[in-house]
Design a protein around this ligand. Structure first.
Ligand SMILES: [Zn+2]
Length: 462
């Protein structure tokens, strides 16, 4: 629920006034008339007024959602609106009207309820669009196919692969098949040096970095095996996002050198993107624009603050936990509770970033393709194959990811599309990552292009 902007083409005040005068049903009809800007043929002929579009949104929400589209005409072009209406089963030519936003809201409520659930606001923004128009690694069946390949190619072969290095190499080989099938350049692999991360995509070096601990376990239960597949797929989705952003900028006319400098990605990746631009005005271009806005555009500052707050909040939890362990007083318990609540808020904000919301929504399909843990160890076998005594815990707890998820209600705005500004700063943005370091693994992030990362479950567990 953000404040309404005054600058728009929708008559806000008349609607507000009408609400003082008439019942909601009548107002809905009138709102429909306003936004459709169509002749009321039915009314002229004496037939009943058209019924208000059915859906979960109230009158004020309908007007707010309509405004979301109409104040961004360079994004929600007639062609985009037509595609959206068609995808939602509406008549293609109706434009932006109450029926459209109610249909979007209904879709968000029914099809978008998977984790992270979309906010039901009728706004098909950067979180909702990639779920309606599934593409690349999020195409139906793509994640499941990767998960099945992980099962047979890595989990079932876990003992034979023997070392964390070999396991990581195999997992990344497998995900590169998925990336290649969708036209995304392959990644190389490494271990993530940040102990707070399950994994990350280091776009300056185009490397996928994965936490070493689960790969060092001698055996995996099914839940942990799924977790590994999902982490890899999550980071691969980020790889795809970054490549789509590069293709977007290519389609907008940026040179390969400009793309490399702006996004902070390797020159060879930028050159490839330059040769395969996204079509300006296309749905996939609009979706990539949503990610670009978040990472490099108007959302960059807030994104960096969000990612930094995650680190600070996690550190506060660790410190409070140590203090409470040493002195389990009620005061220290209160501090710990506060720190956990702060972390929950930070975590919800992080998952609500458009590129994270999309990656979190994409990864479960990979887990669905993993059906079991590693095969039981041979009972009596010994010899050279028993070498990989890497130590460390055998598995992560089966519900560790759940443990870091915010409590219900903690992230009231999770999935909201409301954070988009109406500005068209996209094309004018400075080369935010110009001169980005070539290797960001251990150093601080570039100003607007911090690698995406996931948070180790232990941080927020209670
Ligand atoms: Zn992520």
């Amino acid at each position: 629920m953000r404040p309404l902007e005054a600058v728009d083409g929708v008559p806000r005040e008349p609607i507000w006034r009408l609400q003082q005068l008439a019942g909601n049903a009548a107002v809905s009809s009138l709102i429909g008339g306003f936004v459709q800007r169509q002749a009321g043929a039915a009314a002229v002929s004496g037939a009943p007024m058209p019924r208000p579009a059915a859906g979960p949104l109230g009158d004020g929400q309908v007007a707010d959602a309509v405004r979301y589209y109409t104040v961004q005409p360079w994004r929600y072009t007639a062609e985009i609106v037509t595609q959206l209406r068609t995808a939602l089963g509406l008549d293609a030519a109706g434009g932006v009207d109450a029926a459209l936003v109610q249909a979007v809201a209904t879709w968000q409520q029914t099809e978008g309820a998977n984790d992270p659930a979309l906010t039901v606001d009728g706004k098909a923004g950067p979180r909702t669009l990639p779920r309606i128009f599934r593409h690349g690694l999020n195409e139906p069946g793509a994640g499941e196919a990767f998960g099945r390949s992980v099962q047979s190619g890595a989990i079932d072969e876990w003992a034979t692969l023997a070392t964390p290095e070999a396991r990581l190499r195999r997992l990344v080989e497998l995900v590169n098949v998925s990336l290649g099938a969708h036209g995304v350049p392959a990644v190389t692999e490494g271990f993530d040096p940040n102990p707070t991360n399950d994994g990350s995509f280091d776009f300056p070096t185009w490397r996928m970095l994965v936490g070493r601990t689960p790969l060092a376990a001698e055996q995996l239960d099914a839940a942990t095996a799924r977790e590994i597949a999902q982490t890899i797929y999550h980071e691969a989705r980020h790889t795809e996002q970054w490549y789509r952003m590069a293709q977007l900028r290519a389609g907008q006319g940026l040179s390969a050198a400009g793309i490399a400098a702006e996004l902070g990605i390797p020159a060879r990746i930028a050159r490839q993107a330059r040769a395969e631009p996204l079509t300006p005005g296309s749905m996939q271009g609009l979706i990539a624009q949503g990610w670009w806005d978040s990472v490099y555009g108007a959302g960059a500052e807030q994104r960096n603050a969000t990612l930094e707050e995650i680190d600070h909040a996690a550190a506060a939890v660790r410190q409070a936990r140590r203090r409470f362990a040493a002195h389990p007083t009620s005061a220290n318990q209160a501090v710990l509770d506060q720190a956990r609540a702060r972390f929950d808020r930070a975590y919800a904000a992080y998952r609500n970033l458009p590129e994270e919301n999309d990656a979190w929504a994409t990864e479960p399909a990979a887990g669905a393709g993993v059906t079991s843990g590693t095969p039981p160890a041979p009972v009596e076998q010994s010899g050279p194959d028993t070498a990989p005594g890497e130590g460390g815990p055998a598995t992560l707890g089966p519900d560790t990811r759940l443990a870091v998820e915010p409590a219900v209600g903690a992230g009231g705005e999770a999935g909201s599309e409301a954070s988009e500004g109406p500005g068209d700063g996209a094309l004018l943005a400075a080369l935010v990552a110009a001169g980005a370091e070539t290797d960001q693994v251990a150093g601080p992030p570039p100003a607007a292009g911090r690698p995406s990362h996931e948070i180790l479950p232990e941080v927020g567990e209670s």
